[in-house]
Design a protein around this ligand. Structure first.
Ligand SMILES: Cc1cc2nc3c(=O)[nH]c(=O)nc-3n(C[C@H](O)[C@H](O)[C@H](O)COP(=O)(O)OP(=O)(O)OC[C@H]3O[C@@H](n4cnc5c(N)ncnc54)[C@H](O)[C@@H]3O)c2cc1C
Length: 262
């Protein structure tokens, strides 16, 4: 069985600040990490590998430094890494990104299970995984917390409003993984990281994957970023004090004043 995990290098959002003057993100000096949802998806792929002997290929599109997340994935146990890196990819929106990743997956050739994170913590759109499935014309199941596969079928647990669904699907299928709130990513030992240096990482350009240049970058992107701005600062809350009866009556007064109740 061949599993492909799409992984993205993202800025550590806990350390990103917004420039109050320009409203743009201050990325300088901010460390890059493996998108946590992708880290979780990779761990699930490696669990399937441990049971079935599946081959796990990790695929990332980004600048040259994104090779770091591929190396991390190889150290964790993935077999092969592929980096899509080319100026032709710059300016791609989620649809053009999905096109590039799907075209690379077609070039890889044999795939049974494609795992993506639910979303990237910088872009936050959750569109790329479904976009890849659409471009490959294969089924997709989103928001999964568990995944298991046996070579013919996949069984997943999918989050839904108020509960979980257990779903089965024939392979090939694309799954997007969401992680539990208490998820703590695993990291490789020094020795594993050292050994993983011998594993292959290929860098492919747009020409290498036979991509149509008109479907990449800004030309291939149906969306445009109009403006980026931080949300307005929240106004200070009002503290009220008193006995429970006084608090209740003050609260009712406030709600009436704000026209929430008559
Ligand atoms: C007009 C426009 C121009 C843009 N220009 C640029 C640009 O020049 N440079 C730039 O970096 N971004 C650019 N972006 C942002 C870029 O399109 C998105 O970061 C990218 O499409 C992924 O979307 P997302 O971050 O919302 O990921 P999501 O859709 O939330 O990610 C879901 C999952 O898809 C997979 N995935 C997403 N991105 C990748 C990836 N790159 N490699 C492998 N797997 C991935 C991961 O499994 C991830 O968990 C631009 C966006 C727009 C709209």
């Amino acid at each position: 069985m061949n599993i492909i995990v799409c992984i993205k290098q993202v800025p550590d959002s806990t350390q990103v600040k917004v420039d109050p003057k320009t409203g743009t993100l201050i990325r300088a000096g901010v460390p890059s990490i493996l998108n946590p949802y992708d880290h979780f998806a990779l761990e699930k792929a490696l669990e399937i590998k441990a049971k079935t002997g599946a081959k796990v290929t990790v695929l990332s599109m980004g600048p040259n430094q994104a090779v770091a997340v591929l190396r991390l994935a190889l150290a964790l146990g993935a077999d092969e890494g592929i980096l899509l890196s080319d100026r032709a990819f710059a300016g791609s929106d989620t649809w053009a990104t999905a096109y590039a990743l799907a075209t690379a997956i077609r070039k890889i050739g044999t795939y049974d299970l494609i795992l993506c994170g639910q979303m990237a913590i910088d872009g936050d759109t959750a569109q790329t995984g479904p976009g890849i499935a659409k471009q490959l014309n294969i089924p997709q199941i989103t928001f999964c917390t568990h995944v298991d596969a046996n070579g013919q079928q996949v069984v997943v647990k999918k989050l839904i409003e108020g509960g979980k669904q257990v779903l089965e699907a024939d392979l090939p299928v694309l799954i997007t993984m969401t992680m539990p709130v208490d998820y703590a990513p695993k990291y490789p030992s020094f020795m594993a990281a050292h050994k993983a240096q011998e594993k292959p990482v290929h860098t492919w350009t747009a020409a290498d994957i036979g991509a149509d240049p008109g479907k990449l970058g800004l030309n291939g992107s149906p969306t445009r970023v109009d403006r980026i701005f931080p949300p307005p600062a929240r106004t200070k809350g009002e503290m009220i004090s008193g006995s429970p009866a006084e608090l209740a009556s003050k609260l009712v007064e406030i709600l009436k004043k704000e026209s929430f109740v008559k």
